[in-house]
Design a protein around this ligand. Structure first.
Ligand SMILES: Nc1ncnc2c1ncn2[C@@H]1O[C@H](COP(=O)(O)OP(=O)(O)OP(=O)(O)O)[C@@H](O)[C@H]1O
Length: 587
């Protein structure tokens, strides 16, 4: 469940917390910001004073003003550069920490979380959204603070020069601020919509690229382009409305800006004629009122950009705030002498994304130490789900799983998973060299000869050795066949020296090779009497598991038969029917 929506102030506070560990950057950025703003705001005053002192022939005052002007220009130049640099560093720190925290938070979520979130959505949060947030400090906040500070300074000076004129300018600026806020909140909503549409478009593209072969074979390129265009159309609609809002904002700004000039000339000119103020004071007034208006405009412009960035940060912070799965918090039991006796006791289960569809119903199975148990059944009968529960990727909705008599829930989940060797249906390898892929997840000290031993057990050594760089060959998607990938995954599982070995045989075209691989491993385990392992094999090719100690037959989430190959054939039930069907198919 996602946390409460993040407000602008909360989002800024969270960003501050992420950057505040590096206080020196913040201190340097703010010091430079204040000095630069004060220097810049003083320039028009000394500029006007220099011109008017030269006009009135006050030489000493003119020289003093020019000296101060040079000093102010110099200071503002250096401090502005320093300010930009420090805010840029703070920004880099923010994005780096956001990505690190978000990635860690995502990796610690329950597997069911990944059933409801799409890959495209999550990668968009990590990529585009974090990048969008990166504008906040380096650009938006930096400019808002600079212009805000200068605007306040200009306003104070205007009120000091002529409070009635200053008040008029303040009213105009307040109207401008109200329009700005309206515009900013619209931008925030638009940013959220853009973010959602971009994520959906990414998702379509990602799905199409990953299923490119299917797309090509079925000739659906045009349909896929249309699917992508649907989201592009939505994005264009939002951008159109954004442009209209921007136009309205610019119109308001220009009207209000020119109003201040008219008011200043009208009332200022009248005041000069009446002898209430001097021409120098009116010049300063016009310069500073322009400054105030532009500062307000800049603040508004950057505020709307800030709102957009905060809009993008909302989902990022919500995901960052997710609590890690209980499995990573609770410390459970670590059994001294694990035998590998597994017992499913009256287990029922449904996936939380489909609560009305029972996937397992009252399943009771036991696997004894050093026993090979095969699970067979039609596709969708719940075989892989059983394994998911044993791996504690999900918790049973009813019943329990016992390991050596202890409830699986009581065991330390990381410890338990370390004792399992698991080979999935269609193993995907990491973009690392083969040796690292075999060592993957192994916590003990592994030597290269151990890796090679495991590869030999999995019948992978020969083909690995024939590769140009042997075990150091970088795994590429097209480099290895499905069966070869499976053999590497089997070697990885064997290297862990697991107490429980789970082999989920492939269903697809690599069946024949998969059968050969699984049979090979089972033979190796049978001949290795010194090591006790409980083995669970999910088999689609029934010829793979004829030698298993016990075969469990599943149908629609229930155990319908159990026994040895011979016993089940004599029973003449579902197993016998499936065996006959496969034999006919082969013939
Ligand atoms: N993550 C999930 N979320 C929702 N339903 C799921 C999920 N994984 C599997 N299911 C559903 O649970 C049922 C059992 O699936 P499972 O993968 O356990 O069957 P299986 O017997 O292993 O099938 P196969 O032999 O095709 O691998 C199916 O109806 C499937 O659609």
């Amino acid at each position: 469940m996602l946390a409460e929506p993040v407000t602008v102030s909360r989002a800024l506070l969270r960003m501050w917390q992420l950057v505040a560990q590096d206080r020196w950057v913040i201190f340097a950025a703010f010091s430079a910001l204040i000095i630069a703003a004060l220097s810049e705001i003083s320039v028009p005053h000394y500029l006007t004073a220099s011109i008017f002192s030269a006009q009135s022939g006050e030489v000493a005052v003119f020289h003093r003003n020019v000296r101060l002007l040079v000093l102010l220009c110099f200071t503002s130049g250096i401090c502005s550069g320093l300010r930009g640099c420090c805010f840029g560093i703070a920004n880099m720190i923010l994005v780096k920490r956001m990505r690190e925290t978000l990635y860690s938070s995502l990796l610690l979520q329950d597997i069911s979380f990944f059933d409801s979130e799409t890959v495209g959505d999550l990668t968009s949060r990590l990529g585009a959204d974090c990048q969008q947030v990166s504008r906040v400090i380096g650009n938006d906040l930096n400019l808002i603070l600079r212009n805000g500070l200068q605007g306040v300074g200009a306003l104070i000076y205007l009120l000091y020069l002529s409070w009635p004129l200053g008040l008029c300018t303040l009213i105009i600026c307040s109207t401008l601020s109200a329009v700005m806020l309206l515009y900013g909140s619209y931008q925030k909503k638009a940013a959220k919509l853009i973010q959602e549409c971009t994520a959906s478009a990414n998702e379509v593209a990602q799905e199409t690229f990953s299923l490119m072969r299917t797309v090509r074979v079925y000739g659906t390129e045009k349909d896929e382009v249309e699917r992508y265009k649907h989201w592009l159309g939505k994005l264009a609609d939002i951008s159109l409305r954004q442009s209209a809002a921007y136009g309205f904002w610019n119109l308001s700004f220009n009207t209000l800006y020119h109003s201040t000039q008219i008011i200043a000339v009208l009332f200022g000119g009248t005041s000069i004629l009446a002898g209430h103020i001097t021409a120098e004071q009116l010049t300063k007034f016009i310069l500073y009122s322009e400054w105030l208006i532009y500062s307000t405009w800049w603040v508004g412009d950057n505020l709307s950009s800030l709102m957009q960035s905060v809009g993008a940060s909302e989902k990022v912070f919500q995901l960052m705030d997710l609590l890690p799965s209980d499995q990573f918090i609770s410390k459970g039991l670590k059994l001294q002498n694990l035998l590998g006796h597994i017992e499913f006791e009256n287990v029922s289960f449904h996936y939380s994304s489909r609560p009305t569809v029972p996937v397992l119903q009252h399943v009771s199975i036991s696997v004894h130490p050093n026993e090979v148990v095969a699970i067979v059944g039609l596709s969708g009968s719940g075989k892989s789900t059983l394994v998911n529960l044993l791996l504690r990727l999900y918790e049973p909705t009813n019943g329990q799983i016992l390991i050596d008599g202890f409830s699986l829930k009581e065991l330390d989940v990381m410890w338990w998973r370390e004792r399992i060797g698991f080979v999935g249906q269609e193993p995907r390898l990491f973009r690392m060299d083969i040796s690292s892929n075999i060592r993957y997840g192994c916590t003990r000290d592994i030597k290269q000869k151990d890796v090679e031993w495991a590869a030999k057990q999995a019948y992978a050594h020969d083909f690995i050795s024939s590769l140009p760089h042997g075990y150091q060959t970088l795994v590429d998607d097209d480099l290895l066949s499905g069966g070869q990938k499976q053999r590497i995954a089997i070697a990885r599982a064997i290297l862990r020296d697991p107490t429980v070995l789970i082999l989920d045989e492939a269903t697809s075209a690599l069946d024949a090779e998969s059968e050969h691989n699984v049979k090979g491993v089972l033979r190796a385990i049978r001949s290795d009497l010194a090591t006790r392992r409980s083995v669970i094999v999910i088999a689609h090719r029934l010829s793979t598991i004829q030698a298993a100690d016990r075969i469990v037959v599943m149908d629609a989430g229930q155990v319908v038969e159990m026994g040895s190959h011979r016993e089940l054939l004599l029973k003449d039930g579902l197993y016998a029917r499936l065996t006959r069907r496969q034999a006919d198919a082969v013939a």
